[in-house]
Design a protein around this ligand. Structure first.
Ligand code: NAD
Length: 281
């Protein structure tokens, strides 16, 4: 039987758990605060930033917004981050990507204190994940682990194939699945016989950025299929997976919209509340 994984419902569960933790901290006199930094006014980034601010309001966290003009220099941005690193009442720092071309994204990511790196992009956070030490985990892959666990899907010992090796999805996803004791294969644009490799998967995680590329030819009968892709079309959103063709062949599948998408912000909220403990260690 095919089950559709309800990312909206699971993300709400997580946000409600965060809300309780935020309230408990508030009762102890601690206000959880996320700093949200946006440079320029790219419309897609503005939508993401607004959604993050709304999620803060829902969970009872404070958000402090920094909307900087497109022509902000790298030095100006780095000095704002330095200031936010030093401000005790700021728990998490989120710099919305992409940044304008004249700013080196890696330099900005490195400047954020690993104790406030709620996006989990700092090399120290990624290194900690790699060697199994505590640290922030990138929100989208962390959200996928929650989707699997809260849907009762066993991960240990399963063949997991990930399509895509980006720093924000594919690579941390592979490390997390390894941490959960899956047998992990990462595939990418240079992989040979992609269909055959994917057909081995009990759990297939798709983060390619190509609309509806994955059809039933890539999917083993009864597999779990997680679609990370998001593409805007005139008819509405779609993923990297051809839902119509694949859904009849799998045991579980995430829809687009309403699958992985809502989990990213829920995990950001989760990371913010966890950051409080990290900062008081
Ligand atoms: P990316 O472009 O950085 O990486 C794509 C990866 O896919 C690359 O590693 C590349 O090697 C691989 N690839 C490309 N073409 C391929 C092919 N024909 N065969 C096999 N592999 C191929 O993308 P990303 O940032 O990882 O994002 C992937 C998708 O996920 C995008 O659609 C993006 O919008 C979406 N996304 C969604 C969320 C969310 O919150 N749901 C978060 C991040 C990204």
């Amino acid at each position: 039987m095919m089950n559709i994984i309800d990312g909206k419902a699971i993300s709400k569960q997580i946000k409600d758990e965060v809300k309780e933790k935020v309230a408990a901290l508030k009762a102890q006199g601690v206000t959880v605060t996320l700093a949200v930094v946006q440079v320029g006014n790219d419309p897609a980034s503005s939508v993401y930033v607004n959604n993050k601010k709304k999620a803060c309001a829902y969970t009872g966290m404070e958000s402090e917004s920094f909307e900087l003009p497109e022509e902000t220099t790298q030095e100006e941005l780095l000095s704002l981050i330095e200031e936010l690193n030093n401000r005790k009442e700021i728990n998490g720092i989120l710099v919305q990507l992409p940044l304008p071309e004249h700013i080196d994204e890696n330099a900005v990511i490195r400047a954020i204190s690993p104790k406030k790196d709620v996006d989990g992009f700092h090399p120290q956070s990624v290194g900690a994940l790699c060697i199994g030490q505590p640290g922030f985990v990138s929100c989208t892959p962390a959200g996928i682990i929650e989707l699997l666990k809260r849907s009762g899907i066993e991960i240990a010992g399963k063949e997991c194939v990930i399509i895509g090796r980006s720093n924000i999805v594919g690579k941390p996803m592979a490390l997390l699945m390894l941490r959960e004791n899956a047998t992990v294969t990462i595939t990418h644009s240079k992989t040979k016989d992609l269909k055959d490799v994917c057909k081995r998967a009990d759990i297939l995680i798709v983060a390619i950025g190509k609309p509806q590329m994955i059809t039933e030819e890539y999917v083993k009968e009864g597999a779990v299929v997680i679609d990370v892709g998001i593409h805007r079309r005139e008819e509405g959103l779609c993923g990297d997976v051809d839902f119509e063709r694949v859904s009849g062949h799998c045991s579980y599948i995430t829809p687009v919209p309403g699958g992985v998408g809502p989990m990213t912000i829920a995990m950001l909220m989760h990371n913010c509340v966890e950051s409080v403990a990290l900062q008081t260690e």
